[in-house]
Ligand binder design. Structure first.
Ligand SMILES: *[C@@H]1O[C@H](CO)[C@@H](O)[C@H](O)[C@H]1NC(C)=O
Ligand SMILES: *[C@@H]1O[C@H](CO)[C@@H](O)[C@H](O)[C@H]1NC(C)=O
Ligand SMILES: *[C@@H]1O[C@H](CO)[C@@H](O)[C@H](O)[C@H]1NC(C)=O
Ligand SMILES: *[C@@H]1O[C@H](CO)[C@@H](O)[C@H](O)[C@H]1NC(C)=O
Ligand SMILES: *[C@@H]1O[C@H](CO)[C@@H](O)[C@H](O)[C@H]1NC(C)=O
Length: 499
């Protein structure tokens, strides 16, 4: 997901040119690659158009990518799919196979102190920015101001691109931090190069900033010694590889691992963009929802029975692609009202499928989205300008079962910790395809899912939710083990073979 239509159009134009040249340049490579990718892809649907509507859901089988497994010791239990008609009674927890052991070695992280122009001054610049003033509230450890508390968690004004600040603040307060450079296993570079791209500088100023950052790093001994280093990306991977947002264009970036919200899903594009060797960890977009560190285990969200909206979607009406347009058109009810306001009106009593119309940086949806999701069974997540969205995480954390749509033969979307979690245990994955005329009605499709399966997904969502958020920082952080930071750190350990 990204900002503003105009930028989008520009980008799509560039992307068009890029795609055309790419197709010519790597078409041979693609033919080979396609065959290979489909072989280990997410799903095999041979002739989607010939499928009966009712069988679409059943046909979907999620095949996990063969990424190396990290050893775990799991405490959480997911309910496995047994029999679609079986109603889950509480207590029937089936353990995820195989039960693995997670590396327990406490990693020691050293945080560089960088000149302020690489972080603090970028935040100041955003506050003054004409285009984005009012978009970014990076106070409160990057999470934005507290809007309200509900169900034992905090709802904050968190911007989808705030990851750089949030991770920085989480690490500053982390028990893994060391200030003794000689005992560090890994080095964190607290630079906000993604946020810098919103500062309205020229391409030249922007790439000079990136160069200066690497000049600074090259003077640091651990960097010279090629010790493990990592940093963060605020924007999606592809967007930090452009002329005006150039961090990943810089060859020195290959010496770091980046924690980012989206890895480019099209392997052909990654190769074309020079990212083949780029190490990236996919982390959750910052949701509005944050757990309190004292309240970190299982948050109980409203039960399915308490949710009277069957299908909900929070999105702008921008028609970024044909498939999304089609999904938007399936919503007869579109509103900007809050849940309360909407159902106060008698004529809306029986409405079961609602789209909340949002617009970036404007309106009140930061206050209304979560209450809507807490009252909804399914939250649709159609791909927009890019395959992933912040709303997916808001849904997970609200206990609203996310419905993902995959173009299975186009590319493979990576989700946070998909080496660890089986996403079919807490999401619905439906096919997306371009022949939208014959696309089944989503309401009909989802209505065919047995009640037992809905309960299972909802139960599992509440079990995994805490790993899809960044907790409120109150005094000292404790219990990072129960947040997204835990699996991010586990992935870092895996990449650098620290165990
Ligand atoms: C923690 O959760 C409990 C129950 O969910 C709630 O009553 C309590 O207020 C929460 N604490 C905070 C700090 O929100
Ligand atoms: C820093 O760590 C090194 C290596 O573990 C250790 O020898 C040294 O005593 C530590 N220095 C301080 C000031 O703690
Ligand atoms: C959102 O809620 C907060 C806290 O209740 C309130 O201060 C703020 O004015 C609301 N925002 C809008 C745009 O209404
Ligand atoms: C993921 O879960 C689904 C059912 O929820 C199951 O059919 C599938 O085999 C699982 N995949 C893996 C790799 O465990
Ligand atoms: C925070 O950590 C410091 C040092 O580890 C300790 O002295 C202090 O008491 C802690 N504060 C709280 C509120 O736990």
């Amino acid at each position: 997901m990204s900002f503003f239509g105009l930028k989008k159009i520009q980008r799509w134009l560039c992307y068009g040119v890029l795609t055309v040249s790419m197709v010519t340049m790597v078409s041979i490579l693609w033919t080979i690659n396609f065959t290979r990718r489909n072989g280990r892809g997410f799903i095999q649907v041979t002739d989607i158009d010939s499928l009966e509507v009712s069988t679409i859901f059943k046909t979907i089988k999620y095949q996990r990518e063969k990424t190396p497994q990290i050893k775990h010791q799991t405490t959480e239990k997911l309910i496995k799919y047994k029999n679609s008609d079986q109603v889950i009674s509480s207590g029937t927890h089936l353990e995820k196979e195989p039960s693995m052991l997670i590396s327990q070695k406490p990693l020691k992280i050293y945080i560089y102190t960088l000149p302020k122009k690489f972080n603090d001054e970028i935040i100041k610049c955003l506050l003054l920015s004409r285009a984005y003033r009012g978009c970014f509230d990076l106070t409160n450890n990057g999470m934005g101001k507290l809007l309200f508390r509900t169900n034992g968690f905090a709802v904050m004004d968190s911007n989808q691109f705030s990851l750089e600040v949030i991770i920085h603040q989480q690490l500053l307060k982390s028990s893994l931090r060391t200030t003794n450079i000689s005992e560090a296993d890994i080095f964190y570079v607290p630079a906000y190069m993604g946020l810098a791209c919103f500062c309205g500088q020229t391409s030249r100023t922007e790439s000079n900033l990136v160069n200066d950052m690497y000049k600074h790093l090259q003077m640091q001994k651990p960097f010279q010694q090629q010790k493990p280093h990592f940093s963060t990306l605020a924007k999606i991977e592809r967007e930090q590889t452009s002329n005006s947002c150039s961090l990943l264009k810089n060859k020195h970036s290959r010496q770091l691992t980046f924690i980012g919200i989206e890895k480019e899903a099209n392997e052909g594009s990654r190769i074309y963009l020079g990212l083949k060797q780029q190490k990236i960890i996919v982390a959750p977009y910052p949701s509005y929802i944050h757990y309190y560190s004292k309240n970190i285990s299982r948050i109980v969200t409203p039960s399915i029975k308490q949710r009277n909206v069957f299908i909900f979607m929070a999105a702008s009406v921008r028609r970024s692609n044909a498939f999304r347009s089609h999904i938007i058109d399936q919503f007869q009810t579109k509103t900007k009202d809050s849940y309360q306001e909407f159902y106060n009106s008698d004529q809306n009593r029986g409405v079961k499928q609602v789209m909340l119309v949002t617009s970036e940086c404007l309106g009140n949806h930061k206050n209304t989205t979560i209450p809507w999701m807490l009252h909804s069974v399914f939250c649709l997540q159609p791909p927009g300008d890019s395959p992933t969205r912040k709303s997916f995480y808001d849904a997970i954390l609200s206990g609203c079962i996310p419905v993902l749509f995959h173009y299975f033969n186009k590319y493979q979307v990576r989700y946070p910790f998909d080496w660890r979690f089986n996403y079919t245990d807490f999401t619905i994955i439906l096919p997306a395809y371009d022949k939208i005329q014959s696309y089944p009605d989503i309401y009909d499709t989802l209505q065919k899912i047995p009640a037992g399966e809905i309960s299972r997904l909802h139960f599992n969502l509440q079990t995994v939710a805490r790993y899809f958020q960044y907790s409120v920082i109150e005094g000292n952080i404790s219990g990072y083990e129960d947040t997204a930071m835990f699996y991010i750190i586990q992935e870092l350990k895996q990449i650098y073979n620290i165990s």
